[in-house]
Design a protein around this ligand. Structure first.
Ligand code: BES
Ligand code: ZN
Ligand code: ZN
Length: 499
């Protein structure tokens, strides 16, 4: 996909906007050159079926250009409405199998123009909405025709090319492209995305975004005494890894942020086997790790003034002959012992070692973990909000701000000490499940034991990483890429955490 600027609309497909007052949002010049067409468009905008359905795209057939798509920019007061409009447009363009479009937009420079910042959000929404996953669709149909899914190849922005606008659209492109990569990884079947495939992606991105890449393999974990990670990975024949990407700013005395994402490339539950129904969906149990990797791509390309370490503990959870058993006790990197009461609560085990090692080695100023951690999160918040637990007000504020800016919705859950009792061990320090009550909270508080008192936040994306159809710029089905833009935006707008 490319974005190109042009002086005159040249594509056969044309996208035109109007605002909530029914005003056409096109440059004066274009109006002058297309008076008759403008008149007709104004007539269409007034039609009740177009005027009343604000969050939709209307397709009109004209002689030249062949197709005109009319879209309302929506109520600006509504949260994320612009990104939503973009998402709806992107989905429409994909369903129409269009490969090229010219987008008309009023002249927005010099800034401040009320629509200047909106261009970036709108473009990001469109690029996110265009996403489709077709890797395993064969192109052969019964009648021998090529049925390859068509995709958008070129967006022509009918705008005067200008450094500021170019920077805005470039930023939108990097954010959306990275999120769409994360969606690809989440949608890939488990046999096509193992911890080793994760490594390949890390290597590609490290090169592209100028990041340092290293990994910890199982041998090294043995010598580092990462008993919790090893306990999870021992039931699977696929080797597990902790992948590490490092971004270093040129800014001296910058703070360091550690991001840790759960990278379970398939979660069967282990010996505490999950029911067969929907078990296939557990290929997406690596979406936290994927979000960290996608965010590191954005960070590497856009270079914030903060150091960022991204860690992805990646493993399968399978009930092989050597699998960890309910009742087994594991010892984590920081020496804490954990009784495994349920092998399906494996995410917190691999995260525990990664968090303990990461905080010890990199001495970060703040730590965020992100994971498809609990079914309880899905029950509590549904497929809309990620659940957040945070023990630091400054960090909480910055995460909430990033969530608002990027439209990856987050809701805070309490992380009080009172819940800690539920995960106290009987024969060990901790147990890996805290019972049915407050399942998302006890999972989060389990992780707090491994961050060494550093300001910390936990994001449970179990409800929103997959099939989150309520958000217009997320795909209707499959991986959403949630967290990618949020974490990147947090790093790019970092305002410090040290008192
Ligand atoms: N990966 C699952 C959580 C999950 C559930 C993610 C649904 C996405 C959608 C996790 O490893 C898990 O199985 N958690 C258990 C924990 C329980 C045994 C304490 C759960 O939530 O049931
Ligand atoms: Zn599990
Ligand atoms: Zn899991």
């Amino acid at each position: 996909m490319r974005i190109q600027f042009e002086k005159k609309a040249t594509s056969e497909n044309l996208l035109v906007f109007f605002d909530e007052n029914g005003e056409l949002l096109v440059s004066k010049q274009w109006q002058k050159n297309n008076q008759e067409l403008c008149q007709r468009l104004r007539f269409y905008i007034k039609l009740p079926e177009i005027k009343l359905k604000q969050k939709s795209v209307h397709v009109l057939f004209e002689s030249k250009p062949t197709r005109i798509l009319l879209a309302c920019l929506g109520e600006k007061s509504e949260e994320n409405s612009l990104r939503s409009v973009g998402g709806i447009i992107g989905k429409k363009l994909t369903s129409m199998r269009l490969e090229e479009i010219s987008i008309l937009f009023p002249t927005v420079t010099p800034s401040p123009h009320p629509l200047f910042d909106e261009l970036e959000i709108l473009m990001e929404g469109i690029l996110l909405g265009l996403y489709q996953y077709s890797e395993f669709k064969s192109s052969i149909s019964d009648n021998g025709e090529d049925e390859n899914p068509k995709e958008m190849k070129l967006i022509r922005l009918v705008l005067k090319e200008d450094a500021q606008i170019k920077q805005k659209t470039n930023q939108a492109m990097i954010f959306a492209e990275s999120t769409n990569l994360v969606r690809d990884w989440g949608n890939k079947p488990g046999n096509h995305f193992t911890p080793t495939h994760f490594m390949e992606q890390c290597q590609i991105l490290a090169k592209e975004a100028n990041l340092k890449f290293s990994f910890i393999d199982e041998n090294k974990m043995l010598s580092l005494k990462m008993g919790c990670f090893l306990g999870v990975t021992q039931g699977s024949a696929e080797p597990g890894f902790i992948h590490i990407l490092e971004y270093k700013t040129s800014q001296k005395k910058a703070e360091t942020l550690l991001l840790v994402g759960k990278g379970l490339t398939f979660d069967s539950g282990g010996i505490s086997l999950k029911p067969a129904e929907k078990m296939n969906e557990m290929k997406h149990d690596m979406c936290g790790g994927a979000a960290v990797l996608g965010a590191m791509r954005i960070i590497g390309l856009l270079k914030p003034q903060i150091n960022v370490i991204g860690m992805i503990p990646a493993s399968e959870n399978l009930p092989g002959g050597k699998a960890v058993k309910p009742g087994d006790v594991l010892t984590a990197f920081n020496g804490k012992t954990v009784e495994v009461q349920n092998t399906d609560a494996e995410g917190r085990l691999i995260l525990a070692d990664a968090l303990a090692y990461g905080t010890d080695k990199y001495k970060p100023d703040a730590v965020i973990d992100i994971a498809t951690l609990t079914g309880a999160c899905l029950v509590a918040l549904g497929s809309y909000h990620a659940g957040m637990i945070c023990d630091n007000e400054t960090l909480k504020k910055q995460i909430s701000e990033a969530a608002k800016d990027t439209g990856d919705p987050v809701w805070e859950m309490p992380g009080n000490k009172v819940y800690e009792k539920q995960i106290e061990g009987t024969i060990s320090d901790l147990k890996n499940v805290g019972g049915r009550e407050a399942g998302m909270i006890t999972a989060g508080l389990f992780l707090k034991n491994f961050v060494n008192k550093i300001p910390w936040s936990h994001l449970d994306i179990a409800g929103i990483a997959w099939d989150a159809e309520r958000i217009d710029y997320y795909p209707l089905k499959g991986a959403t890429g949630v967290g990618t833009r949020l974490l990147a935006s947090l790093a790019l707008n970092w305002s410090g955490i040290k008192p």
